[in-house]
Each structure stands twice: as structure tokens, then as C-alpha cells.
Design a protein around this ligand. Structure first.
Ligand code: GDP
Length: 363
């Protein structure tokens, strides 16, 4: 699962991406991750894993991770192939969701490609590029459906649906905001449109703005746009995040306390991204290793076991599960067991975020 970082030049994408790579996880532990200078692998902050790690003092603690891709160079005209337009659009196509970095700071020393800070205009420019690239794809889809409809009338519905979508997008709207029922949404989802991808706005403020973001009008403008799309806005100060990301755990906590904030913007962004992708974590805990494992929301126990090892899924017998909060509240696994809070779950069990699990399986 990858998120693409997009935005106009000079809005702070690389700075944010540097923060991500500074905070980077040891990618050797994550063989499924892409090795590419444009991809940053970052640990998902998880207070539960920290607690387990303090409790068990394991040899190794392994957090869940997600990947961010730095998609630099998206400029006006990209959908017409200007700049390296097509390449960038292809890179976005490979991601599962988008982080749109929006410049919400003034700085005479940092040239703005459009001459001034204006989040609404900037978001519009990027949106239009993604939408125009999508319109081209939708046109092709209409052509295909029209041909298919000649021999099979059921494709007429697709022609109608995609024509309505094209008209909507030609008015400058994203596919994300197109109104239709679940069934039609599923049909549209097969078209891999850029403007359909889930999105988070990262409002990049300067230090002063970040400390008081609710009162920054640039931030409010982004919030308004996001609200219309049902999207989230995360305030960040990319410059500061890059500095914070170089600190270790304790230093970082002290630094944040000095600033009067509980959580860095980057940590919030990472968590929000994880949720946006529909991901949750279950945990395994012991003296060898404490680890958070990534699954999609709705995954059943055997498939979760399969994340650890394919043998665990094949030979799955049952899962012994305790909710993290129950373990924490009772202070030990035995105490939780005595209260009947450690459950034995079968193969239909749907995993919850924060489940601590021991899988029983046949080899
Ligand atoms: P990109 O082109 O979007 O990747 O932008 P960069 O990350 O290269 O940033 C462009 C310039 O803006 C750099 O000189 C950064 O130091 C500066 N910059 C980035 N974030 C901030 C910020 O939060 N505040 C201020 N004042 N400058 C920033």
C-alpha cells in the first residue's frame, strides 16, 4: 500500500518527504517494501506497541509501516504531457491514495510558481490536471462500452454512466465527488481514475502558523475544500517535521512538549494515511518480539495469520485473542485470562484493530 505525495513545485513536498525518510523504518525488516529513492518507508506510530515493548522488553520491536512516494514535478499542463507530465501521472496511478501538499505559508525567499500563496487556486490547478487525465481514460471507456453494447445491451448502462461522469468531470469536478449508488460506484472503481483515489490534504504551514493553525486563513480555505469532499486536512510544518524526525524517541517527546503539542504533524499524517487506506493493526507480543501487523479492515483470523506465515493460514486451528485495552487494564496476560478476557476465536472471526493474538495451527 502506497501513498503518493503530490502538489505544485515549492510547496514543501521534498521537505516533507525528507522528514519521512529521516523517520524511516529499517526496510530490511519489510521485504515487501519497494527499494527506490523516491519511496520512503515509515513506521506507523502506535502507543500500544510502545506499551507492549516496555512491558515485555523484547529483543526486537517491529512496527507496522506504510510507504510514501515522492511524486515531484506535477505542473500545470501535465495532463497534456507538459513537463514530465505523463510520467508523473503514471506514477500517481500506481499509488493507493494521495497526500496533496498545499502551501499555506508566505516566504519571499521561496518562490511560488504561481507568484503568491493561494491554496484554493493551487488545489484547483492540481485537481484539473488529474481530472483532465481522467477524462481521457473515461472517453476511452465510453468508446469500449459503446462497441461492446452493439452485441450486448447490458453495456448500454456503462455508456450512460461514464458519459454522465465525463460531463461531471468536464465541469471541473473530481470523480471522487460524483454522486451515484454503490453499484455504479463499483463499476467506476474498475477504471482506476486518479481523481477517485482517497485523498488527504497536508496543509504546510510555517512554524508560527503551525502553532496556531486554526486561525490561519490559508488553512481554513483548505479545510473548506476538504469538507466538500469529505476529506481530512492535517496541518504540518514540513521544515519542523524534518528536524523532529531526526530526533530519537525521548528527545522528540521533549521537543514536542516544549512546543506544547502532543503529536508531530508527520505522526498525525501517517496515522491518518493508514486509516485512509482502510488499514488496521493486530499485535503479537512476547519476549522475542513485539510486532504490529498490517491488515485491511474486515480481515478474518486465518488470513491475518497468513500475514505472519502462509503455514499459519493453511494449518489455522484457532486464535487466542485479547484486546490491547483489556491486557493493559489488567496488567498481565494471566490476569486477563482469569477474567475470561482472552478469547478463543475460530476461522470466521473478524479481526479488530489492537487485537493481541496468538495463533494455534497445525504444521
Ligand atoms: P517541493 O518543490 O514541493 O518539493 O518543495 P521543497 O520541499 O523543495 O520546498 C521548497 C522550499 O520551501 C524550500 O526552500 C523549503 O525549505 C521551503 N519550505 C518547505 N516547507 C516550509 C515551511 O514549512 N516553511 C517555510 N518557511 N519554508 C518551507
Amino acid at each position: 500500500m502506497k501513498l503518493g505525495i503530490v502538489g505544485l513545485p515549492n510547496v514543501g513536498k521534498s521537505t516533507l518527504f525528507n522528514a519521512i525518510t529521516n523517520a524511516g523504518a529499517e526496510s530490511a525488516n519489510y521485504p515487501f517494501c519497494t527499494i527506490d529513492p523516491n519511496v520512503g518507508v515509515v513506521a506507523v506510530p502506535d502507543a500500544r506497541l510502545d506499551w507492549l515493548s516496555d512491558f515485555y522488553k523484547p529483543k526486537k520491536t517491529t512496527p507496522a509501516v506504510i510507504e510514501f512516494v515522492d511524486i515531484a514535478g506535477l505542473v500545470k499542463g501535465a495532463s497534456r504531457g507538459e513537463g514530465l507530465g505523463n510520467k508523473f501521472l503514471a506514477n500517481i496511478r500506481e499509488t493507493n491514495a494521495i497526500v496533496h501538499v498545499v502551501r499555506c505559508f508566505d516566504d519571499e525567499n521561496v518562490i511560488h510558481v504561481e507568484g503568491s500563496t493561494d491554496p484554493v487556486r493551487d488545489i484547483g490547478i492540481i485537481d484539473i490536471e488529474l481530472i483532465m487525465a481522467d477524462v481521457e481514460m473515461v472517453e476511452r471507456r465510453i468508446d469500449k462500452a459503446q462497441k461492446a453494447a452493439k452485441s450486448d445491451k447490458k453495456f448500454l448502462h456503462e455508456v450512460e454512466l461514464f458519459t454522465a461522469l465525463r460531463d461531471w468531470m468536464n465541469d471541473g469536478n473530481s470523480a471522487r465527488s460524483f454522486q451515484c449508488d454503490e453499484e455504479d460506484r463499483a463499476i467506476i472503481a474498475t477504471s482506476e481514475l486518479l481523481s477517485l483515489k482517497p485523498i488527504i490534504y497536508a496543509a504546510n504551514l510555517d512554524e508560527d502558523g503551525f502553532a496556531d493553525y486554526q486561525n490561519v486563513s490559508y488553512y481554513k480555505q483548505v479545510e473548506e475544500i476538504a469538507a466538500k469532499e469529505g476529506a481530512q486536512v492535517i496541518p504540518v510544518c514540513a521544515k519542523l517535521e524534518a528536524e523532529i524526525a531526526e530526533l530519537d524517541g525521548e528527545e522528540k517527546a521533549m521537543f514536542l512538549e516544549d512546543m506544547g503539542i502532543q503529536e508531530s504533524g508527520l505522526d498525525r499524517l501517517i496515522k491518518a494515511s493508514y486509516t485512509l487506506l482502510g488499514l488496521i493493526s493486530f499485535l503479537t507480543a512476547g519476549e522475542d518480539e513485539c510486532r504490529a501487523w498490517t491488515i485491511t479492515n474486515g480481515t478474518k483470523a486465518p488470513q491475518a495469520a497468513g500475514k505472519i506465515h502462509t503455514d499459519f493460514e493453511r494449518g489455522f486451528i484457532r486464535a487466542e485473542v485479547v484486546a490491547f485495552e483489556d491486557l493493559k487494564a489488567n496488567g498481565s496476560m494471566n490476569a486477563a485470562k482469569e477474567k475470561g478476557l482472552v478469547r478463543s476465536e475460530g476461522k470466521e472471526y473478524v479481526m479488530h484493530d489492537g487485537d493481541i493474538v496468538l495463533f494455534r495451527f497445525n504444521v
